[in-house]
Write a protein that binds this ligand. Structure first.
Ligand code: KG4
Ligand code: ZN
Length: 327
């Protein structure tokens, strides 16, 4: 029997709804981005993000149903991101999901945002365990080991900033706009290495991005003080080389510890062209979502919800958003 799940994702600044059959077949996916609104402030303002979600959520759900060309009665379950994320943003999705599941009298499934990012890879591939999931997003930089569909063990994380956060901050000092990741990615293609910026990734035992971020900011400030020209392409290139080099260094190190069958790229920074190129050189089968499923979306939430549906892992209508939800 086919299982059709409607999923909602509102953990940060994108209001997203999807309808997916059996965790693989996408009938519809709507992502309403708040980029224009947050570009005015150079980053996400939580209060504004949650207001935008409540303004958009009903429209986004309606459009998703229309696009999928099905009615509410065709749904088998409702899934929603419960955390981690911004509490005011999460709440809008959680409350909408509760109302839908309650009124349709169908199961409600709560999903961890990062597990959703991992399962963006499930849409077009099957998993072979044990696998290593590399989570690189605006809030997370982690290596997670999975021995089956329901087991997640964090084996490395960042001691300070997340890689996406560093991309966004560097973009901000270069006055490039928000979110910075995709802009730096494009600019870097036209840049070359700046020998004045030096950084050593090899001495790090875990992920760390605050040191690299500071080196870049210091360079930009020094150049401004000396009234010298800043070639943004070169700064973007140099930052990106070090940022991705660090990821590859830590992944390589981890791959020597255990015989993993697959490496999964997960999260917004998985859209990065340099990272996508470099991981292909590693001696392991690599899965990566298509670009539109790397950044926040509800399709990935529906994909993991399908596996939870099979296990009958449902939650009650007293479900709460948890901004600090643990793996
Ligand atoms: O997963 P995501 O959409 O939201 C979080 O859960 O954080 O990730 C957003 C992050 C932002 O920091 C954004 O700048 C970064 O992903 N990002 C990229 C690229 N596309 C998005 N970073 C580097 N290169 C990209 N092409
Ligand atoms: Zn995310």
């Amino acid at each position: 029997m086919d299982i059709t799940i409607l999923a909602i994702e509102t953990s940060c600044d994108d209001t997203s709804c999807s309808i997916v059959v059996n965790g693989k077949k996408v009938l519809a996916n709507i992502v309403s981005s708040q980029i224009d609104v947050h570009n005015l402030t150079g980053g996400v303002v939580p209060e504004i993000a949650s207001r935008q979600h409540s303004d958009n959520i009903v429209y986004v759900i309606d459009e998703t149903l229309k696009k999928a060309n099905i009615s509410l009665n065709d749904l088998d379950a409702i899934a929603v991101t419960t955390g981690p994320g911004l509490v005011g943003s999460l709440l809008v999705g959680v409350e909408a999901a509760k109302v839908l599941a309650y009124s349709l009298n169908i199961p409600l499934i709560g999903i961890h945002h990062i597990k959703g990012h991992i399962y963006a890879n499930y849409l077009e591939n099957d998993f072979s365990f044990p696998l290593l999931a590399l989570v690189v997003s605006g809030g997370h930089t982690e290596l997670i080991e999975m021995n089956d569909h329901y087991s997640f063990q964090k084996i490395m994380q960042t001691t300070d900033d997340a890689i996406g956060e560093a991309y966004d901050k560097v973009a901000r000092v270069l006055e490039l706009g928000y979110p910075g990741g995709p802009i730096i990615d494009k600019l870097a293609a036209g840049g070359t290495y700046l020998k004045d910026i030096k950084y050593n990734n090899n001495k790090l035992s875990e992920f760390s991005y605050s040191g690299l971020k500071s080196s870049i900011i210091n360079y930009v400030n020094t150049m401004k003080m000396k009234k010298e020209e800043i070639v943004k392409e070169d700064v973007a290139y140099t930052f990106q080389e070090y940022a991705i080099e660090q990821i590859i260094y830590q992944v390589q190190k981890t791959l020597t510890n255990k015989q993993y069958k697959q490496l999964l790229l997960c999260g917004g920074v998985a859209a990065n062209s340099k990272l996508r190129e470099e991981v292909q050189k590693l001696p392991i089968e690599v899965l990566m979502p298509k670009i539109s499923y790397c950044t926040d979306n509800a399709v990935m939430i529906a994909a993991y919800a399908y596996l939870k549906y099979l296990k009958k892992e449902f939650v009650s209508f007293s479900l709460k958003a948890d901004p600090n939800l643990e793996m």
